[in-house]
Write a protein that binds this ligand. Structure first.
Ligand code: ADP
Ligand code: MG
Length: 501
């Protein structure tokens, strides 16, 4: 028994009870009588914090106060509207991660310890913090060659705090699995491990440096957004140095009145930047809110903060192309078939009923003016429906959808009548043509055929090594020869098709 974790858990539980966020009064009607009595008893201890706001808001306040683990937990919970309901999830998505900064001399000492050299040997000038959060804070500094840089330094002792709170979270989830049978379906232990894992990566700034450097390369391929270069001399586990992002922060309201600013083009750029990253390159900046964006008039964008990078594999990109195309052409049967064929939706569900549910998502959205079509909202509703059909969503897709909503929000605040669809159209059209056009189909076909041939070759090897039983081989070999022939023939046909297309 981990006593420290248990003590921490009790303390957190007490804070949740004080805010009436452990078993909030709003869920009373859903509870069995025994639990309701327990909840009523606990509520005797609730304080002033319990009177303000919805349950999600009360929970958010408690989690904010807990530091990195609480904040990350809130962020992850906010992606599960399918379990906790939309309002609760939304309330949790506004967690603020702001703390008073720690003193500059301590930051300097951390850097010296981490990089093994005096701060002055790297930075000719090192200023007071410009921003501070629960994990790290950022300073302004200058290199000997005159370049201005941003230096991010982890908060002293943050690793130990995360480790301790992580153990408490894990203990809480183990207790849940043990004593609340209904909760097992949600796999609380696996969930907690995801939260802790995400934080451990964020606590290694070398990892963020790699993300920054990869994203800078990816962004350089298109004209929409840039990232500041990494200064590798100033990178360690607890320190990250990036060139200073030129421009003015988009979070500053005065930015919108900058002379020469082209808001329309800026809004287009952020939408297109995100879509090309995700759809064309399969890796995207997953934290694109105003606080992480800088603007240079007329419409240049620079992004910072690479703590969260999202990735989409070829399968997910293909899936997205298929559903988007299905919705645009209003072919709900097709979208339904894709979900069943890919095994996303378990086969025991009714494909026709699923298609009907998809229509319920698609028609109201597509019936609106093109300017109002939001891909993020469309995806959110699609995911809500798929949850009803037991579809297990890949976390990457949820991250994509969340970021999409954020990005569309930024564009809309820049330009309230911004036509999201017109902005997205060139990128999406090119991507759908590439993913779903004849060339893509021939390519996929050829790849399938190649994979089949390789699998056959492996089978033959296994056979030669005597690892496959005689009966099995004899049973299959006749069919296998024909299958191999077919595979080679289709590969040849696909290649021909591809060469001609
Ligand atoms: N390269 C940079 N150039 C200019 N300002 C930066 C840079 N990197 C970070 N900042 C400033 O520091 C703030 C916090 O850094 P960020 O990387 O976003 O950390 P957090 O993960 O705590 O949000 C940013 O919002 C921005 O104002
Ligand atoms: Mg940030």
């Amino acid at each position: 028994m981990d006593l420290a974790a248990f003590a921490r858990l009790l303390a957190v539980g007490w804070t949740l009870i004080r805010a009436d966020a452990l078993i909030p009064r709003e869920v009373d009607p859903l509870l069995p009588p025994g639990v309701r009595t327990l909840a009523a008893f606990l509520r005797l201890f609730s304080g002033r914090a319990a009177r303000q706001g919805r349950p999600g808001e009360r929970m958010a306040r408690v989690l904010e106060g807990l530091g990195p683990v609480g904040i990350k937990l809130g962020q992850v919970l906010s992606t599960r509207a399918d379990i906790f309901g939309k309002t609760f999830a939304q309330d949790l998505s506004h967690l603020k991660d702001k703390l008073p900064p720690f003193p500059t001399p301590i930051a300097k000492a951390e850097i010296e310890r981490e990089l093994g050299r005096p701060v002055e040997s790297l930075f000719v000038k090192f200023s007071a913090p410009v921003a501070a959060a629960s994990i790290a804070q950022a300073h302004e500094a200058w290199l000997a060659d005159g370049r201005k840089v941003a230096v991010k330094v982890l908060r002293p002792g943050v690793e130990a705090k995360v480790a301790a709170d992580g153990r408490a979270l894990l203990l809480a989830s183990r207790l849940m699995e043990r004593f609340i049978p209904d909760a097992r379906r949600l796999e609380p232990v696996a969930f907690s491990r995801t939260v802790i894992r995400a934080l451990q990566l964020e606590l290694d700034l070398r990892f963020e440096a790699a993300g920054a450097s990869e994203m800078a390369e990816v962004m350089a391929r298109d004209p929409y957004m840039r990232a500041p270069a990494v200064v590798w001399d100033g990178v360690g586990k607890r320190v990250l140095t990036l060139e200073w992002a030129e421009g003015v922060p988009l979070s500053d309201p005065a930015t919108l009145d900058l002379p020469g600013l082209n808001r329309q083009e800026l809004a287009d750029n952020i939408i297109r930047a995100f879509l090309t990253q995700a759809l064309d390159h399969g890796v995207f900046h997953a934290d694109l809110h105003e606080g992480n964006l800088f603007v240079i008039p007329p419409a240049k964008l620079v992004a910072v903060d690479f703590g969260i990078v999202g990735r989409l594999g070829p399968m997910e990109r293909r899936y997205l192309a298929e559903i988007l195309y299905g919705f645009i052409t209003r072919d709900y049967q097709r979208v339904a078939r894709i979900h069943f064929d890919a095994g996303y939706v378990p086969a025991h569900h009714d494909q026709e009923a699923f298609a009907q549910a998809l229509r319920a998502v698609g028609e109201p959205v597509l019936g609106r003016a093109a300017s109002e079509v939001s891909m993020g909202r469309l995806l959110a509703q699609l995911f809500e429906i798929t949850a009803l059909f037991d579809m297990r969503l890949r976390p990457e897709l949820v991250l994509l959808q969340k970021t999409m909503v954020t990005v569309e929000g930024v564009a809309r605040r820049l330009e309230p009548d911004h036509d999201l669809w017109t902005a997205a159209e060139p990128v999406v059209r090119r991507w759908i043509a590439r993913e779903l056009g004849p060339v893509a189909q021939a390519r996929d076909f050829a790849q399938e055929a190649l994979r089949a041939v390789r699998a056959l070759a492996r089978l033959a090897e296994a056979d030669a090594a005597g690892r496959v039983t005689v009966v099995e081989t004899r049973d299959k070999s006749g069919g296998l020869v024909w299958f191999a022939f077919g595979a080679v023939a289709s590969a040849a046909a696909a290649w021909l098709f591809w060469a001609l297309a």
